[in-house]
Design a binder for this molecule. Structure first.
Ligand code: MSP
Length: 686
């Protein structure tokens, strides 16, 4: 263990409104690989991840799912944990913002900042993006959020404010003095220009909903969800705890060495968080590293866009290490990268099955066959050629470059370097033809064979140790097959050529990356399609249990609209033999609305975004009717809407209600419900 060294690394804590997907897996995996490498280097490492469970967005999602926030957050938080376990993520701490010790710590931090004079009460009127839980200073009602583009909501409340403006100069000085704080450089520059453009005080409490941590001494307010969430990095390692042990833990691990984040949450981490910490007189993190997005179908993979890929699908078909390797190899860290099943399968075949897998099996099988399964003695002189020296020299270069690139978060280039050694050794084996050398059978040839196989096995040992943090399961298997022990204790920085002990007895030799099935891509695509179909049906059950008898629902995309009547019928059937009571029916608030504006939703063939006047207000509704209706034909038209449906997002746009339509034919063509006589806008249907 390196004396006195510690390393504390964190992922963002994930919102529990969405099930985990490979976008979340990407950040967690990067941190896991870094943490594993640090542990191999003997550094006392603490790797923290967790879930962000408070706030308006989560409260609404729980309502929409018909669950209490606690029940809902327990369920999704467990899903994150289960996925991390499945992916072999070795975290040291998993924090939930609903944990009691966290809540106590957040209140403590609030109190401290207030006592230091940086909190005051005032009225806030402005825009708020619930999706990003972000106060948006610019724009008016409905104007888009600068992060996600969704329409913002107007908030007008008496709030507690944090004096962020008091930290403008201090932050600029900090960025100047610690150029390594924000990485990469592009993000640092963005942050500096954001801060230079002027900081306004920040509202840090909300009074209009309850799902959050109460403000100390004023429980009518809950603490702003980002203040709550950011504080997790301190509370998880003991901040705010009365226990001596926790306090020692905090003293040991804080400040964090790395906060790893996605690029969309840079402002919260690089502006708000350092300012909160300065106000609370706490040390600042040593670095904040922002990576790019994993794109799928050309946009950021996210639940609201509905373009997610589950990690489980990939793990079930190609294995955990295939997913881990692909994510870190394919995407240049810091930049956006596109996910596709085809490139995943290609990488698997070329780098894992044909590359490392092949190197392992041919080297070890030949050692078994020709040397009774023991690492052979290379010839010190006669049987040695320039080719062996070449591999030994390349290995030394690869060790140095790999460690440097990996330490600099350039995972893709680090892996590329490691695989240059794999390719070189595979080529070396083909060039040297050990199987032909073996056939000669004389003593000189045997010495030559020993040299070739020792060289291959030694290079394999080095690559395997280097890439262990990225593909832990398979590298551990290769390690054991090489007859070695405890790969997790090998220090990648002190690896040296020539340390593979002669005569080491191999373990049981087995294929590590079997060739992928021919239809692997189609299988994964089908599994994802099945999931989308199931989710569509489940959404219809969860959000529309009431509309039995009101026809198809046009506030949903066509696939979901078509699924709704069946799901609804099933729910009703289980109640009272297919019949519902008048009370059940009266729960559905059907009203006459009039379409004010209509437009196509970019990138979605079937969706229209409508503004519909329902008498008391104008609602934004997204409806899956674009194939049947031209937007301009709808303006002024009276329609029937379900007015008390929980809001939901379609393609990132919040839909506040559904338009009622009949749906028929194989395509589920929608026909809007309407009236033969004139009816006033807002009238209720009963
Ligand atoms: N809860 C906040 C973070 C609070 S941290 C104090 C939040 N949560 S989130 O669930 O939206 O997760 C955000 C993080 O997940 C991103 O910053 C990123 O690390 C990861 N990703 C989610 N989708 C992603 C992609 N499509 N691509 C890459 N990373 C992505 O924001």
């Amino acid at each position: 263990m390196s004396q006195g060294q510690k390393f504390y690394i964190t992922t963002p804590i994930y919102y529990v409104n969405a099930r985990p997907h490979i976008g979340h897996a990407y950040t967690t995996l990067a941190c896991d690989a870094i943490a594993r490498q640090k542990r191999m280097m003997g550094v006392d490492t603490y790797f923290l991840t967790g879930t962000d469970e408070h706030g308006q967005k989560i409260e609404r999602s729980a309502n929409a799912a018909g669950k209490s926030p606690k029940e809902f957050t327990d369920e999704v938080s467990n899903e994150f944990r289960a996925l991390w376990d499945k992916m072999g993520i070795k975290y040291d701490g998993f924090i939930r913002t609903t944990d009691e010790h966290h809540q106590r710590g957040v209140q403590e931090m609030f109190r401290k900042i207030r006592d230091n004079g940086f909190i005051y009460k005032a009225k806030y009127t402005g825009q708020y993006c619930v999706s990003d839980e972000l106060y948006v200073n610019e724009g008016g009602p409905g104007s888009p959020c600068p992060i996600c583009g969704n329409p913002t909501e107007t908030v007008s409340e008496e709030n507690y404010f944090f004096k962020l403006s008091a930290f403008q100069d201090k932050l600029l000085k900090l960025f100047e003095e610690q150029p390594e704080l924000i990485r990469p450089e592009t993000r640092r520059n963005e942050v500096i220009s954001f801060v230079r453009s002027g900081l306004r005080d920040l509202s840090i409490s909300r009074a209009s909903f309850k799902w959050g941590i109460p403000v100390p001494d004023d429980p009518s307010h809950v603490i702003y969800v980002w203040m709550d969430a950011l504080s997790n990095y301190c509370t998880a390692v003991g901040y705010g705890s009365p226990s001596k042990r926790d306090q020692q833990m905090f003293a040991k691990y804080w400040p964090a060495d790395v906060h790893m984040i996605g690029k969309e949450i840079v402002r919260f981490h690089c502006v708000y968080w350092p300012a909160f910490l300065m106000a609370a007189e706490l040390e600042l993190p040593k670095s904040i590293v922002a990576h790019g997005w994993l794109l799928f179908e050309e946009s950021k993979m996210s639940k609201t866009r509905g373009n997610i890929v589950r990690a489980e699908t990939i793990i079930d078909v190609l294995g955990n290490d295939a997913l881990r390797y692909f994510l870190l190899r394919e995407v240049v860290f810091g930049q956006d990268g596109t996910f596709s099943f085809d490139s995943l399968a290609q990488r698997y075949d070329s780098d894992l099955a044909n590359g490392l897998g092949n190197l392992t099996s041919r080297t070890l099988t030949m050692i078994q066959r020709y040397f009774h399964g023991k690492i052979p003695y290379p010839s010190p002189t006669a049987a040695r050629t320039a080719a062996e020296d070449g591999i030994a020299q390349l290995s030394a270069v690869v060790i140095r470059n790999y460690n440097q690139l990996f330490g600099d978060y350039q995972f893709s280039r680090a892996l590329e370097t490691a695989w240059s050694l794999v390719a070189a050794v595979n080529k070396y084996i083909v060039d040297q033809e050990p199987w032909a050398v073996a056939e000669k059978g004389d003593e000189g040839s045997l010495a030559r064979l020993a040299t070739i196989l020792y060289t291959s096995a030694e290079a394999l040992r080095i690559v395997t140790a280097l890439v262990h943090p990225v593909i832990p399961e398979s590298s551990a298997k290769i390690w054991e097959q090489l007859g070695l022990k405890k790969i997790e204790q090998v220090n990648p920085q002190t690896l040296k050529w020539g340390e593979l002990k002669l005569g080491t007895k191999l373990g049981k030799v087995e294929a590590v990356f079997p060739r992928a099935e021919k239809n692997a891509v189609e299988r994964m695509q089908q599994m994802e399609q099945d999931r989308i179909n199931q989710a569509g049906a489940a959404t219809a059950t969860a959000t529309a249990p009431e509309p039995a008898g009101v026809g198809a629902v046009a506030g949903q995309p066509a696939t979901q609209a078509a699924a709704a009547p069946n799901a609804t019928a099933a729910a009703a059937q289980s109640a009272t033999n297919g019949l519902i009571s008048i009370d059940d029916f009266s729960k559905v608030e059907l009203r006459v609305g009039q379409v004010k504006t209509a437009e196509k939703v970019k990138g979605a063939d079937k969706l229209l975004r409508l503004e519909v006047d329902i008498g008391t207000e104008v609602r934004q509704i997204v409806a899956g009717i674009a194939l049947a209706y031209a937007p301009e034909s709808l303006v002024g038209r009276k329609v029937v809407i379900v007015a008390n449906l929980a809001p939901r997002k379609l393609r990132g746009i919040e839909s506040n209600g559904m338009i009622v339509a009949a749906s028929f034919g194989e395509q589920g063509t929608p026909v809007l419900a309407g009236f033969l006589e004139d009816v006033p806008v807002g009238a209720r249907l009963k």
